[in-house]
Design a protein around this ligand. Structure first.
Ligand code: GRF
Length: 207
């Protein structure tokens, strides 16, 4: 390991799908000036592209499926232990489709980020762009926030606006949001790891 690699902050990224946000972080971390690198990628299911992206660049992966455990809290404890074993400075949910439980939050609250594909608090949940389209909003976007015990309710780090076009369908809107979302994720994770942060109530401050 080089000196700059050992100085870099440690990111563990959780995925459930295609992992394009993960890929953006993997790419960014290849530059030592970014200040962080992905040290492990976890998933709640096997056989997804996100895991392949990590394996392709030699980043360790793990899978914790809820159905492998007798209860949700057993799964939560196992996931917590897996993530903790990689000693992350930040944990990032990048399209991870599971809500973590109290054990995970006890360990990682205040350093567990999620990126959501609407401008929260509008349209939380897994069908954000579809719900935004159905509502008829003209602007939506992406929100990066620290996860708390609610569904997409935690303190907001950053938001980026994305226009809704007249001829958008769910797919075109989702893709346009994802481009802005990836840029925001890389930019803000870089700021967080290089400059640090404080959370006071609902306010996130990066000095
Ligand atoms: C992101 O748009 C995220 O907001 C949503 O799922 C998408 C994940 O995409 N929850 P990817 O797996 O990073 O490509």
């Amino acid at each position: 390991m080089t000196a700059s690699e050992s100085a870099a902050r440690r990111l563990v990224v959780l995925v459930s799908g295609s992992g394009s946000n993960l890929q953006a972080l993997l790419d960014a971390g290849a530059d030592p000036a970014f200040g962080a690198r992905v040290v492990a990628v976890g998933a709640d299911r096997p056989g997804i592209t996100g895991l392949d992206r990590a394996a392709a660049v030699g980043v360790p992966t793990f899978v914790e499926e809820v159905k492998a455990y007798p209860s949700r809290s057993d799964w939560d404890r196992a996931l917590t232990a897996q993530v903790a074993a990689h000693q992350p400075d930040l944990v990032i949910s990048a399209g991870f489709l599971k809500l973590v439980g109290p054990d995970f939050l006890a360990e990682f609250a205040g350093r567990y980020l999620n990126t959501h594909n609407t401008l929260l608090p509008a349209f939380p949940g897994i069908h954000g762009p579809r719900d935004a389209l159905a509502y008829g909003v003209k602007i939506t976007g992406a929100t990066l926030f620290f996860v708390d015990a609610g569904v997409d309710t935690g303190p907001i780090v950053a938001q980026v606006a994305v226009p809704v076009l007249d001829d958008d369908d769910e797919e075109t809107l989702t893709e346009r949001i994802k481009e802005a979302e990836r840029r925001q994720l890389v930019e803000q994770v870089g700021r967080l790891v290089r400059d640090g942060w404080t959370i006071t109530g609902r306010k996130v401050h990066i000095p």
